[in-house]
Ligand binder design. Structure first.
Ligand SMILES: *Cc1c(COP(=O)(O)O)cnc(C)c1O
Length: 390
């Protein structure tokens, strides 16, 4: 007997905010590593590092088990610790400023430019003190921070730069890949990022001496020599990437250009769909329309707080009920309890706070269909129209 059901069939399968793309070749390669008898750091990590180095124009690269530890290690290599200040943005994943605290230094936040949503470079010089040692910019959503301006300031004040490029693998600046120039450049391979190793990260360094130090920080400070030689001179951690993870990464590097191309197409389509009269009447703020340099790690809109009768959570709930996943990247860092205890407060960085309250990340990943973009825009516009104050 057929069971009667009151639950209507959803119109379309649930569309997540993001989804990693792992092809069959990669899956077969992972199986091979699993059967090989060597599954932790070994030949695949070496091969992955060599591929990354080639991708970044031959600069030294080392792989790690997160994008967080890569930044912490860069700070340690730069000799940054207690008594030092590092200038960064309050609009990032909290890892960016947590690692500054982790090494005993103090983050100095500089508000974002509300258009690019990246650190406002024109405000950096005013934040420099005798204790400043480095600048840690973030390419939010993959949109590059102006590297010319950034390195002009760094050189003038003799500061190190640790680029948090977790979101900008495949992004370019003035025709050059992010990571192929500059000082330290850190990437994350978390599954939400454009290139994944499940968990992982890599650090682009300036020379072999730094790379050697990075290897020590990566694994208990150990240096091996000869057949049986071992020495430990510094305190290192446990940050090595596995060969299984590196094999996933090798499969990703082969596809990254195709990923970026597809992400740019989808972003362009979002702009097309949002350019209709109905969408413009909602006063949504769109990101910078950069189809040349950005890798379109995310597509983030800003809801018109002043014009809406409901909060962001309600919009997200309704989108979710319509089968569309969204995310928030990110609440402003300085307003987290930990940072408020350290002295920051509401009102310190108004642009980051406004963006943090109202930003919404829409679905964007390489295997999304064009029709998914249409569905997201039409659904979001219809929901916003229900809630606009007259
Ligand atoms: C993902 C991310 C990180 C941290 O990377 P993990 O691999 O998760 O440790 C740091 N900064 C930014 C901007 C990120 O998006």
């Amino acid at each position: 007997m057929p069971v009667p059901t009151a639950t209507p069939k959803p119109a379309a399968p649930f569309l997540p905010m993001t989804r990693p793309t792992i092809d069959d070749e990669t899956i077969a390669g992972v199986c091979e590593v699993l059967r090989s008898g060597w599954i932790t750091s070994g030949p695949k990590v070496k091969e992955f590092e060599a591929k990354l180095s080639a991708y970044f124009g031959g600069r030294p690269v080392r792989a790690f088990n997160s994008g967080t530890c890569t930044m912490e290690i860069a700070l340690r290599i730069a000799g940054i610790g207690p008594g030092h200040e590092v200038i960064t943005t309050p609009m990032s994943w909290v890892a960016t400023s947590n690692v500054i605290l982790e090494v005993g230094a103090r983050p100095v936040f500089v508000d974002i430019d509300p258009v690019t949503r990246n650190i406002d470079l024109s405000r950096i010089e005013a934040a420099i003190t005798p204790a400043t040692r480095a600048i840690m910019p973030v390419d939010l959503a993959g949109l590059p921070v102006d590297r010319d301006q950034l390195y002009t300031i760094a050189k003038k004040h003799n500061l190190r730069v640790i680029e948090d490029a977790a979101q900008s693998f495949g992004t370019t600046w003035a025709g050059k890949r992010i990571g192929s120039f500059g000082d330290f450049v850190s990437f994350s391979f978390h599954p939400n990022k454009n290139v994944t190793t499940i968990e992982g990260g890599c650090l682009v360094l300036n020379n072999e001496a730094e790379a050697k130090l990075a290897e020590q920080y990566r694994l208990q400070g150990v240096v091996r020599s000869g057949m049986d030689g071992m020495e430990v001179e510094i305190v290192g951690g446990k940050f090595n990437l596995t060969d299984v993870a590196a094999r996933v990464g090798l499969g990703q590097i082969a596809q990254v250009d195709a990923f970026t191309t597809r992400r740019r197409e989808l972003a362009r389509l979002y702009f097309e769909k949002f350019s209709t009269l109905a969408a413009r009447s909602t006063s949504l703020l769109l990101p910078v329309a950069d189809f040349e340099q950005s890798n379109w790690h995310m597509f983030q809109v800003v809801l018109p707080e002043e014009k809406l009768a409901v909060k962001r959570a309600e919009i997200m709930t309704q989108l979710n009920a319509a089968g569309i996943g969204t995310g928030v990247h990110y609440p402003a860092i300085h307003l987290f309890a930990l940072y408020r205890r350290l002295g920051w407060k509401a009102g310190d960085f108004p642009h980051a706070e406004y963006f943090g309250r109202n930003t919404l990340t829409l679905p964007l990943f390489p295997t999304m269909a064009d029709s998914d973009v249409t569905r997201v825009v039409e659904t979001l516009v219809a929901i916003l129209q229900q809630h606009l104050r007259s």
